[in-house]
Design a protein around this ligand. Structure first.
Ligand code: 5GP
Ligand code: ZN
Length: 114
């Protein structure tokens, strides 16, 4: 989608530090990390937010969660634990309107997002 930062990252028009990639999703390091490990996992298909997950595209989300578990393990987060967050809409503070899941770990997390 035009003017979507994350679609541009997928297209390689904006550089990112990639952690994992396949045909369905991309994982890369957040540009402004809020924890020692802060990774974003996004679908390659433009879905605006959790609010746009449907029966037709939820297979993508299931795939992403499978990869989140693998990525967290590969990053050494599994033993101590980690947080998976998706901000949906303005009140939640969603700033990029392309579905993304934050993986946050590497420290003891508070009850705020990070
Ligand atoms: P949100 O606030 O929408 O839940 O999360 C958006 C996240 O995207 C933020 O944590 C922000 O730091 C990250 N972000 C925004 N622009 C870029 C970018 O160009 N590159 C990377 N790697 N992360 C970005
Ligand atoms: Zn997009």
């Amino acid at each position: 989608m035009a003017d979507c930062i994350f679609c541009k990252i997928i297209a390689g028009e904006i550089p990112s530090t990639k952690v994992y990639e396949d045909d369905v999703c991309l994982a890369f390091r957040d540009i402004a990390p809020q924890a020692p490990t802060h990774i974003l996992v996004i679908p390659k298909q433009h879905i605006a937010s959790v609010a746009e997950i449907t029966a037709e595209n939820s297979n993508v989300v299931a795939h992403i969660f499978e990869k989140i578990a693998q990525i967290a393990k590969a990053e050494g987060l599994e033993e101590d634990g980690y947080r998976v967050v998706s901000n949906c809409g303005d009140a939640a503070g969603q700033t990029v309107h392309h579905l993304h899941f934050h993986i946050l770990g590497g420290k003891t997390l508070t009850l705020t997002m990070a």
